[in-house]
Ligand binder design. Structure first.
Ligand SMILES: [Zn+2]
Length: 269
């Protein structure tokens, strides 16, 4: 399913999701700014997505990172619009990973894309000027876009959707994610454009709430770890429960991955 939500004269939110019983399982946002698209949505919504973009002239597509909910409809632009991605993302777009049954149901398996241009460090859309900002943590290759005059920041998945993040993928680096969140928090931003929450008009409080929770869990987990407790025991003592779908992710997400990363991963300088 698709919902088109104009945000202002420049930005249109394109919300896509797999539909179940008339409801979105989970929306992901792509953003359309004039002839430029930021990310390319949920693959299971491709017919609706294609229908919408056929009414617009899209010449540029900037990809934040290669997760399937951001690139599901990207292949329809292959050779038709200029697709930008950094080197690491580019490789994953050329040869997408097989995502497994649950994620195929929730988002859809991305198809390979071949014509990709290297992400520049800055770009313009008309009179809007964007800086490309690395946002490691959630994904090592993720980037965001900052428009300093408008004070817009497109942060994609840099800030976790739940205020109490407690599951992670093994490749996520939680201390790095916190460092990235602090970097965004301290920038001069009026509106944060998130990939699952949409535009956020109180970015500082929104980010701080998430940092505070992770810091609190980190402190508690470290005391237990120094006391000789295992990851499993720490999870029990802290009473950390996963969401209902956690088992269906077949170990792509886990509370143990979150705790291990929190305790042992380091922030890259
Ligand atoms: Zn992601």
């Amino acid at each position: 399913m698709i919902e088109i939500v104009p945000y202002n004269d420049d930005i249109t939110c394109i919300k896509t999701a797999t539909e179940q019983d008339g409801q979105a399982i989970m929306f992901v946002y792509s953003y359309l700014i004039r002839d430029t698209l930021f990310d390319a949505g949920c693959g299971n919504a491709i017919s609706k997505f294609q229908e919408f973009v056929s009414t617009r002239e899209i010449n540029h597509v900037y990809i934040s990172h290669s997760h399937e909910d951001h690139v599901g409809c990207l292949h329809i632009f292959d050779g038709k619009a200029k697709i930008y991605a950094n080197k690491m993302t580019e490789q994953a777009l050329r040869e997408p990973q097989t995502i497994g049954e649950f994620f195929d149901f929730v988002w859809g398996q991305p198809k390979p894309v071949s014509e990709i241009t290297t992400m520049p460090s800055t770009f313009s859309i008309g009179d809007l000027s964007f800086e490309v900002i690395p946002l490691p943590g959630h994904a090592a290759d993720m980037v965001g876009y900052y428009e300093p005059d408008k004070r817009w920041f497109f942060s994609f998945d840099a800030v976790p959707l739940p205020s109490k993040k407690k599951i992670a993928m093994p490749e996520e680096n939680i201390p790095q994610m916190v460092a990235t969140m602090k970097k965004i928090r301290d920038m001069d931003i009026e509106i944060l454009f998130d990939s699952h929450k949409g535009p956020i008009d109180n970015p500082r409080e929104h980010i701080q709430l998430r940092i505070d929770y992770i810091n609190m869990i980190e402190k508690e987990a470290r005391v237990l770890h120094e006391d000789g407790k295992s990851i499993e025991e720490i999870q029990d003592v802290l009473g950390l429960d996963g969401p209902w779908y956690l088992e269906m992710t077949k170990d792509r997400f886990g509370i143990d991955f979150f705790l291990k990363s929190l305790l042992f991963d380091k922030v890259e300088p």
